[in-house]
Design a protein around this ligand. Structure first.
Ligand SMILES: Nc1ncnc2c1ncn2[C@@H]1O[C@H](COP(=O)(O)OP(=O)(O)O)[C@@H](O)[C@H]1O
Ligand SMILES: [Mg+2]
Length: 262
């Protein structure tokens, strides 16, 4: 379980001489053991924010502190070690198609130098945690979306992470399957004491499992607080659009504030 502090974080991308400010001066503290939601529209900077937490993207300014340790201060070796303490799951699961379920879960362990037999033992335990013991030998193409995400969760847990980053992890799933994945994440949060960050554009995900939520819009943090408070009384325009205007937003494709939303 880790505390995450994001301090004065700015991230710029340079493309063909143009500078895109993906994140602008973000300050955010995520407490140990919390399930924290980050919401915003497409292009708001959500994925960039999670990728800077594990330093897959280096901040242009500011820094990320995990349990009071500056990520910028870590050597390349320590950064690799730290990243192993941060699991990540994605919308498209990112499983290795040519490996079966158990080998997908063992893969990061073997890279970390764990012996094959030990890795298998651990992987089997994790398959039990995600209720997929009967699929050990199946290949990703033989699994449903929900099952693939369960494998991805087991793989993310293999290195005993302190933090789990979930980038639109339920966005490709039907509501019922998404609900079962969210329940699993809740169980994991309790059972393994893992701090979980959930990035989503789906409001139902936030109301279902998050303790607190931050809203980002065009790279800026516009609102944060307890989910019940923010949803009862959204203050910023984007929070109002996301929370109150969600039926309009998600049932049609239209342009709001010159942004294409689906
Ligand atoms: N590697 C990159 N190079 C250039 N621009 C990027 C890169 N990654 C993201 N961006 C830009 O940063 C902004 C935020 O993107 P992203 O974090 O993916 O948003 P979200 O996840 O909220 O949809 C977008 O304008 C996107 O085009
Ligand atoms: Mg994204």
């Amino acid at each position: 379980m880790s505390k995450i502090e994001i301090k004065n974080l700015t991230k710029k991308f340079e493309i063909n001489g143009d500078s895109i400010v993906a994140l602008k001066d973000i300050n955010l503290t995520i407490d140990k053991g919390e399930i924290f939601g980050i919401i915003g529209m497409s292009g708001a900077g959500k994925s960039t924010l999670v990728r800077t937490i594990n330093y897959l993207e280096k901040p242009s300014k500011g820094d990320v502190y995990i349990d009071n340790i500056s990520m910028a201060s870590l050597s390349a070796k320590d950064l690799r070690k730290k990243r192993r303490e941060i699991g990540m799951i994605f919308q498209n699961f990112n499983l290795l198609e040519q490996k079966n379920v158990i080998d997908n879960i063992c893969f990061p362990l073997e890279i970390a130098g764990v012996k094959k037999k030990e890795a298998k033992k651990k992987a089997r335990k994790l398959l039990d945690t995600v209720s997929l013991s009967d699929k050990e030998k199946a290949y990703p193409s033989q699994l449903s979306g929900g099952q693939k995400q369960r494998v991805a969760i087991a793989r993310a847990l293999a290195s005993n992470p302190e933090i789990l980053l979930c980038d639109e992890a339920t966005s490709a799933l039907d509501p019922q399957t998404a609900g079962s994945i969210l329940n699993l994440l809740k169980e994991i949060n309790k059972k393994f004491n893992i701090t979980i960050i959930i990035i989503t554009h789906q409001m139902s995900v936030v109301t279902e499992i998050c303790d607190r939520v931050a809203i980002i819009d065009s790279g800026r943090l516009v609102e944060e607080g307890k989910v019940s408070d923010i949803f009862a009384n959204p203050k910023s325009d984007v929070a109002k659009e996301l929370i109150i205007g969600k039926e309009i937003r998600f049932s049609t494709t239209k342009s709001i504030n010159n942004r294409k939303v689906v």
